[in-house]
Design a protein around this ligand. Sequence first.
Ligand code: GAR
Length: 222
Amino acid sequence: MLRTVVCVSGGGTNLQAVINAVEDGRITNVQLVGVISNNRSAKALERAQNHGIPAFCISPRDFTEREQFHEAFLEKLRELTPDLIVLAGFLVAIPPAVVREYEGKIINIHPSLIPSFCGVGYYGLKVHEKVLERGVKVTGATVHFVNDGMDEGPIIAQKAVDVEEGDTPEVLQRRVMEQAEWILLPKAIDDFANGRIAVENNRVKTTDVTLCEPSLCIRKSV
Ligand code: GAR
């Protein structure tokens, strides 16, 4: 079983999609060992507790220096000894030391078709606001590995979603979640946990069969 930690900041609907998929067997070989939020009032923490998953808040507000927050975050991860870290609406930049220590084991869901509408300043509802401002007709979501760039790691999966006449950022966000995020993220976790993902030269290959010991091939080749 892959020890999996989910990092969150807010509503936690992606976390809920992952919990549901673990509970109903669409994700196998995964044990959710902890949920970490940077925000004490995140509804996601409540969702974790409701399902018996240990939930922790590590907030930058509790530290005078950013570096102290980074250290506390890394310390909590070390305690939880994860094989996989899932950023499910975690709206804080991942400290470089965490990326180094868990290279090839961190995946993120982003609410656009990367490389559009991503990078610094593009997170949560802001992404959908910018999509509507620009007037694109198609948006979507992306699951990718996390490297030391912002939304720049190898892409695991993407799904397109139509923008419709009269959309507000909230309406569009909900459609992207329903039609893309809540499907892509559980599937990517299941593929990862069952060794169906390999990375070569920054390209992700997903197959129907187990390629290797879960996550081992990725650790070597990201
Ligand atoms: C989701 O749309 C997720 O893709 C996005 O934040 C939202 C969190 O919602 N993440 C990012 O923007 C990361 N750059 P949730 O808490 O209900 O899952």
